[in-house]
Design a protein around this ligand. Sequence first.
Ligand code: MRU
Length: 356
Amino acid sequence: MRIEGKEYRTIWFENNIVKIIDQTKLPHQFIIKDLKTVKDAINAIKIMEVRGAPLIGATAAYGLVLAIIENNDRSFLKKSAENLVSSRPTAINLKWAVDRMINELSDVNSDKIFDIALNEAKKICEEDIKFCENIGLNGLKIIEKIYNKKKDTVNILTHCNAGWLATINWGTATSPIYHAHKKGIPVHVWADETRPRNQGANLTSFELNEEGVKNTIIADNTGGILMQRGEVDLCIVGTDRTLANGDVCNKIGTYLKALAAHDNNVPFYVALPSSTIDWNIKNYKDIPIEERNSEELSHIEGLDDEGKIKKVQIYPTKSKAMNLAFDVTPAKYVTGLITEKGVCEASNDALQKMFK
Ligand code: MRU
């Protein structure tokens, strides 16, 4: 996808260095950052210079390539893998990517390990791009159907950023939107601001602007009234972990949006590549929910009058704040899952049939 008219991916490998777009600086600064060590990769995931389930998986895969460059020793690789998996707990793609890499490297001689690791990390990225493109083509049919009936702009609400910045290219929730836009279907996106880190405002609205897709940022609490007024035709969100029974773990606030959609008969779709399915956890209560530093709530960053980035405190100094990063939407509130293989019901049977 494009930034200032130039095509980018969110991550790439060049001269033994991993290149990322530093997402903590967007939308006000566009900075390409170098990750030179596995520690850099772990830190980038932790402080969310890279974020979004598929992208942190890809970063972890490249992180292992960096580990091999640093120290071609099995015990260092093992420790690096553990540290990468624990850098953020909720998105299953992280473990999925690390397990896939370790599996691929298990019987490899040390003289070949770098080439094979790099090849596998690249494969993970290429596969994600293909999957996201297919998610777009499958989701496009849903948007097209609404447009053919409505014959007017299709209003889509999304939460957080499940855009191309959260993947390698295309995005998950945004891919059907980009495909519809490219096909000439008029679309308009309601981008939930997504407190506290504002991924909807800082990233989703930013990337949609760059692609020329009409969008409006709304406060997280606005979706309900827009749905009551008939101003949302459908919701599409991403996910960090979808259980085999169809329960969807995603950015905090997704659940409340699904409840409002259910109450107003607005279709609520979740877009995901199969790397986001957790086939093991049976009960949503067992999903590890990340709790981040409360400073992400109590402080906010933006441009001051001189155009300089400034961080200010917005909460009373003595107040306590709690910052849970994800919630779970039960499958019964999900109209359908848009995957690389097609659209299916959020249920065990449908997912088994599609993927097993
Ligand atoms: O905390 P973040 O910004 O990593 O959370 C991202 C999300 O919640 C996305 O919806 C999810 O990872 C899917 S990305 C295609």
